[in-house]
Design a protein around this ligand. Structure first.
Ligand SMILES: Nc1ncnc2c1ncn2[C@@H]1O[C@H](COP(=O)(O)OP(=O)(O)O)[C@@H](O)[C@H]1O
Ligand SMILES: [Mg+2]
Length: 138
């Protein structure tokens, strides 16, 4: 399935809609793929808002691998700076089982749980992005 957005604001709105959808479907892992500047963080802000988390609380720095919003059962995972050594140390499956996880740079993971929603974000032009959705093993 392909969905186009024509501004950052629209991407956040799409995130909010997808956030409500995954809640209603019991989908716990959302894997985001796409290059730097594609809109992964903007989209995550929209998803987070449907979990009662404010946009400003979602970091885009990529320096923190796991941001934990435990009171909301929401984890924002950004693997951009993940090194092999950390991959062995961090038990991602523990997060997957603890709450809803949105993962930026999901290409760095070798395995995802069943019933994950995979979303590829591609840059079409300055303001346009195309989202390709794929539900794994439902
Ligand atoms: N349709 C769009 N959706 C999302 N971001 C967009 C869009 N059009 C332009 N942008 C810009 O692209 C950038 C996306 O940044 P960000 O969400 O941090 O990307 P990523 O996390 O994938 O590196 C922002 O500067 C945003 O304003
Ligand atoms: Mg980002």
């Amino acid at each position: 399935m392909k969905i186009f957005t024509y501004s950052e604001e629209e991407t956040k709105i799409l995130g909010k809609i997808i956030g409500s959808f995954i809640k209603s479907q019991g989908i716990k892992v959302l894997a985001l793929y796409g290059e730097m500047g594609a809109g992964k963080t903007a989209f995550t802000k929209g998803i987070a808002s449907s979990f009662g988390i404010q946009e400003k609380d979602i970091m885009s720095s990529s320096f923190v691998i796991v941001s934990n919003y435990e009171d909301k059962n929401f984890y924002h995972i950004d693997l951009y700076r993940l090194e092999n050594i950390e991959r062995e140390d961090i038990d991602f499956w523990e997060y997957f089982e603890s709450g809803t996880c949105v993962i930026e740079w999901a290409e760095k993971l070798t395995e995802l749980p069943d019933n994950s929603l995979k979303i590829q974000i591609d840059i079409v032009n300055d303001q346009t992005r195309v989202f390709t959705l794929e539900v794994k093993d439902v």
